[in-house]
Design a protein around this ligand. Structure first.
Ligand code: GDP
Length: 455
């Protein structure tokens, strides 16, 4: 990640410098309300995020000790979050004890540090410049944030220290064969669904060479009704293809577990039986899918039977089949509350009703889980969520997130730089995940919050 953090004591000119570095370039300045108002951040033209840590830990009236603590807090954060640290000092004041302490810390962490001596437009600053070599952080960059002298050179130095730019993880052109697998307890209809799917008219099926008897994989090339070509690999189809039928459906389930199909898949179809609803066994399996961070589509099979029953003896309160279906979906959601909110499809393997639609749903979830969440919007959303419902206070300190960034996909992984990670309990974690999922429409995609606290 290309993140640059500006740190230094109060009043050395950090925010001036921030504005200078941002100002000349095309940049999106994130106005970050709420909890992260401590931090100013901007995405700068050369594909890096610039952070002004100046607000972290700052309060209106501060004793020298408080200034010292606040500065340390900034450094702790910057060391973790940034690939390059811009350490700003005040040339007029000259080298101070705090500067020396900060330098000591920076040397210990071994992160690239660009030492800046600001206010060089004043003669006294020029006279003090030599002292800063003593910090052992290389040649100081003499600048005037106020007037702009030296800022372009500084920018070049910063960019030269940064890791190379890697484009976002998901490119649209990429040929991706989406790995899918049908999981569910015995008799929910996995084999029936698989077999029905393989008979879909717009589907070209080819067995993947080299797969073993226990873990047969099949490639599915499907042309959607609107002409879109979708490519899948159906994992672990032992028991699906009639000529390979391994006997009881139990084999499928045990095969699925041993061959690690869930581990290797991109999207898991969690197949439920409409006639039994969600069972304990289903929940266990759902937990497995969640553990591996896989995309999820919930498939309620045997919907033909459920509808038949509904027609024969209508359930009170539900006038139409649609209402019945919606209530069913709601009940499933409730039972599987611990899962990410996922698409729920109602199908019948026996009649073929909606069976092909599961492919389209898998594709949608797969694309979503490969998206990159923009840093600005991500931080704004998290701030709003934390403002709306603050984490509880443990001891004296409140859990605080300085800055978050989406670091990888499948599963969507968000690194959160915070002051104390141990205070994020499961409930609050789920609250944040759900909020993110709603804001960015991440249905079916698990979200990992990767918390980074004090080193
Ligand atoms: P698996 O163990 O999950 O692979 O389940 P199977 O595919 O072997 O199906 C178990 C039983 O449910 C079989 O008797 C199927 O005929 C029946 N079945 C599967 N899907 C449906 C469906 O959509 N509707 C009805 N009515 N029966 C189904």
């Amino acid at each position: 990640e290309r993140t640059v953090a500006i740190v230094g004591r109060p009043n050395v000119g950090k925010s001036r410098l921030f504005n200078r570095l941002v100002g000349k370039r095309m940049a999106i300045v994130h106005d970050m309300p709420g909890v992260t108002r401590d931090l100013a951040s901007a995405e700068v033209e050369d594909n890096y995020n610039l952070l002004d840590t100046g607000g972290i830990g700052m309060k209106p009236e501060m004793t020298p000790q408080m200034i010292h603590d606040a500065t340390e807090e900034q450094v702790d954060f910057a060391v973790q979050a940034a690939s390059v640290i811009v350490f700003v000092t005040d040339g007029i004041e000259g080298l101070t004890v705090i500067d020396e302490e900060l330098a000591k810390q920076f040397r210990r962490y071994g992160k690239p540090v660009v030492l800046v001596v600001n206010k060089i437009d004043k003669q006294s600053a020029v006279r003090n410049l030599d002292d800063f070599f003593k910090l052992g952080l290389g040649d100081p960059q003499a600048i005037s944030a106020e007037h702009g002298d030296g800022v372009d050179v500084l920018h070049e130095v910063i960019v030269s220290q940064m890791p190379p730019y890697k484009p976002p993880f998901y490119s649209k052109k990429e040929e991706r064969r989406i790995r899918i697998c049908l999981c569910g307890r015995p008799n929910v209809g996995k084999s029936s669904l698989g077999n029905r799917l393989l008979k879909a008219p717009r589907l070209i099926v080819s067995e993947v060479a080299g797969t073993t008897r226990d873990a047969i994989e099949t490639d599915l090339d499907y042309t959607d009704s609107d002409g879109t070509e979708l490519k899948f690999r159906l994992m672990d189809t032992a028991g699906v293809k009639p000529r390979r039928k391994l006997g009881s459906s139990l084999d499928y389930f045990s095969g699925l577990r041993t061959s690690g199909a869930i581990e290797r898949t991109d999207i898991a179809f969690l197949v439920l039986d409409a006639m039994t609803g969600v069972t304990k066994h289903d929940k266990t399996l759902a937990g497995e899918v969640l553990k591996f961070g896989k995309g999820l589509v919930i498939v309620v099979n045997k919907w033909d039977l459920a509808l038949e029953q509904f027609r024969e003896q209508p359930v009170r309160g539900y006038e139409t089949e649609k209402e019945f279906r919606e209530a069913f979906a709601e009940a499933v959601d409730k039972e599987l509350f611990f899962l990410p909110k996922s698409p729920i499809l109602f199908v019948s393997a026996v009649s073929g009703f909606k069976v092909e639609s599961i492919l389209k749903a898998a594709r949608t979830v797969d694309v979503t889980s490969g998206l990159q969440l923009p840093t600005g919007a991500l931080n704004k959303t998290l701030s709003k969520l934390m403002d709306k419902q603050a984490p509880r206070i443990v001891g004296k300190k409140r859990f605080k997130v300085y800055y978050s960034v989406h670091v990888s996909s499948r599963p969507i992984t968000i690194r959160m730089f915070c002051n104390r990670e141990e205070q994020l309990d499961d409930r609050y974690r789920r609250y944040l995940e759900t909020g993110l999922r709603e804001a960015f429409q991440l249905e079916g995609c698990p979200i990992r919050l990767d918390l980074v606290g004090k080193p």
